[in-house]
Every structure is written in C-alpha cells, then in structure tokens.
Design a protein around this ligand. Structure first.
Ligand SMILES: Nc1ncnc2c1ncn2[C@@H]1O[C@H](COP(=O)(O)OP(=O)(O)OP(=O)(O)O)[C@@H](O)[C@H]1O
Length: 208
C-alpha cells in the first residue's frame, strides 16, 4: 500500500508564473482521483510532479512519508505513469512495448510474457499483440499504453488523458479497469477532460 502526497508544492516553468502554487493533494490506496481543468491548466504538470519527473521549486512530494527522489526512485517505489500521447515505441510491436519495461525492471522472461499477454487481453488487444504500434489505430495505441501501465503492477497509477482517443465502449472498459486497480489497493490519479469519467471517480480535483 502506498500513498502519494503533494505538500505545499509550487511548480513554475517561468519565474513568478506558477502552474501549481502551494498545491496539496493526497492519493490514497483504493481511491481514484480525477484531475480536471481546461487545456493548459496544469494536469500533466501535476502528474509529472507526482511521477518524480518534475522537481518542484517549493514543497515536497512524498510516498508513504518518504520524499520522492526523482523518476527512478518513483519507479522503484511502484509509481507508474501512462503518459498523454501514449509514449509507445512506434517501430516495436504492441507486445514488445508492454514486455520490454518489465524485462528492463528485472522481471524473469516467462513471468513478463505471461503478464504482457494478460494485460493486452484485458484491453481486448490479444489479436494485435504482434502488430507494430505504427500500424495500430489511435485508439488501439492508447489501449496498448494502458496495457503497459497495468502490466507494471503499480502501487500508484498516474493516467494522463488515457481515454481521449477511445470510443464509448472502450472508454467505459478503461474506466472499469482503473476501478478494478483501485479495488486491489492501487492509488489512481486520472487526468481527464471527460466530465462523465470524472463523475465516476471518488474525488475530483479541478485545476483553474
Ligand atoms: N516544459 C515546459 N516548459 C514551459 N512551459 C510549460 C512546459 N510544460 C508545460 N508548460 C506550460 O505549463 C502550463 C500547464 O501545462 P500542462 O501541460 O501541465 O497542462 P494540461 O492541463 O495538461 O493541458 P492539456 O489539457 O492541454 O494537456 C501551460 O501553460 C504550458 O504551456
């Protein structure tokens, strides 16, 4: 069980123009927080800060009370990020995109393969496993990125606009999968423009 906390966090890309100012957020195991707000409000900035990718100018990011020391530390402590725009390698297959981070993280090959197949199946992508990502539709690519995030078996799952390319059926599927992750004790933070998706979450954080 991990809980991730922002305490008085300020992030600014330009002096005196903070995107997040003295910001507070607690992501608890078994709960899903929706982060909403117009384009440019700071949703990605917030998720990247939680992921250990951005070091705030002020305040602290902690996991279970211990300060996060960058992205590698966050990965080691079970903080997974499904980035906006999917972050997949286009010239690898869907399966390879899910598998390689598991292998790189030290998982034995057989277990990584089993977990990859299961994650792709959860997203309805078993038939696309051996297809190059560049051959997949936008929605299939986005679902592959979700599969990769789920395969990580994270304690905290940060999901940045992961339903933007999906039809209604797959949007519902992905939301259900996030809720399933919650039920197994994962803390989920989900940035979304979709008011319906936000409504289905336990808490909504609206950025101005
Ligand atoms: N690397 C960067 N350098 C300078 N400014 C940045 C950088 N990244 C983001 N910003 C600025 O910070 C603000 C917040 O951007 P961010 O991407 O966090 O918003 P967002 O809510 O995720 O937007 P969207 O819904 O369009 O994805 C914007 O004004 C953006 O231009």
């Amino acid at each position: 069980m991990t809980f991730l906390k922002l305490d008085g966090v300020t992030v600014a890309y330009e002096p005196d123009r903070p995107v997040l100012a003295d910001f507070v957020l607690s992501a608890y195991p078994g709960r899903i927080i929706a982060v909403t707000g117009p384009s440019g409000a700071g949703k990605t900035t917030l998720l990247w800060t939680l992921a250990g990718l951005i070091r705030p100018q002020a305040g602290e990011v902690t996991a279970d009370g211990e300060p996060l020391r960058g992205r590698q530390d966050a990965i080691a402590r079970g903080v997974a990020l499904i980035p906006q725009g999917n972050g997949l390698e286009a010239t690898l297959t869907a399966s390879e995109n899910v598998l390689l981070p598991l292998i790189a993280g030290g998982m034995p090959g057989e277990e990584a393969e089993t977990r990859t197949a299961a994650a792709l199946e959860r997203l309805g992508l078993s038939g696309q496993a051996d297809q190059l990502v560049e051959e997949l539709s936008g929605g299939q690519q986005q679902r592959t990125a979700v599969a990769r995030g789920l395969a990580a078996n994270a304690k905290v799952l940060l999901a940045d606009e992961i339903t933007s390319e999906l039809d209604a059926v797959n949007r519902r599927l992905v939301l259900e999968l996030l809720q399933e992750e919650c039920r197994r004790g994962v803390a989920v933070v989900f940035a979304t423009h979709d008011p319906q998706a936000a409504e289905a979450c336990d808490e909504v954080v609206a950025l101005a």
